[in-house]
Design a protein around this ligand. Sequence first.
Ligand code: CTP
Length: 222
Amino acid sequence: MSAMLAGKRVVVSAGPTYEDIDPVRFIGNRSSGKMGFALATAAAARGAEVVLVAGPVQLPAPTGVLRIDVRSAAQMRTAVLAALPADLYIGAAAVADYAPRSIAKGKMKKTGATLTLELVRTPDILAEVAADPRRPAMVVGFAAETDDVEHYARGKLEKKKLDLIAANRVGVPGSGFECDDNALSVYWHGGSRELGPLPKTQLAEALLDLVIARMQAASAPG
Ligand code: CTP
């Protein structure tokens, strides 16, 4: 029997963000959005009221989920913060870390042999949610790591003040971006668990079971 989420409000971010350079170009990444959409679907199936804030992806809206489409990190931040308060936030989006300082109004024409773009850091939506006065009881992040997975994932757990972090090992076949299967190393204060490799839909169910178990442990008396 899967753990239930009846009466809970869940906010999930999914997909990439696109940071526009000019009217025809952008900086983006290769996130398909599949993991976030699978998590939103699984949470709705367990009775949660789900808000899915989605970057540009080619995926149908899961039934029973309120989907809000956004493009940039700044738009995703606004939509996620507007969806609070919630009981659970899952930051599954691959938010662009940097965006062009300004968006050119007209199409940039090529001139010299090289082009330098000035990029500025985007807001860390996950860290902002974790620091918000309306902070959900459970804040879950993702991390994409190639080496020293536990060290870097636990570093993000601490720095962003998360309750749980799910680390993808990227750069190995059969895992990560644009794949149907994935494996996760999940860390929280005082514990860890390996999940998968599994199809992303089943992995989402397994991760949600773990998240709900942690929520129940945190709210248990004593
Ligand atoms: N995240 C976010 N806002 C950002 C950047 C990341 O909300 N501007 C969230 C992502 O949704 C994800 C987690 O933070 O849950 C990823 O953290 P990040 O520090 O970006 O990890 P990596 O992508 O692994 O980046 P790096 O190791 O290169 O710093």
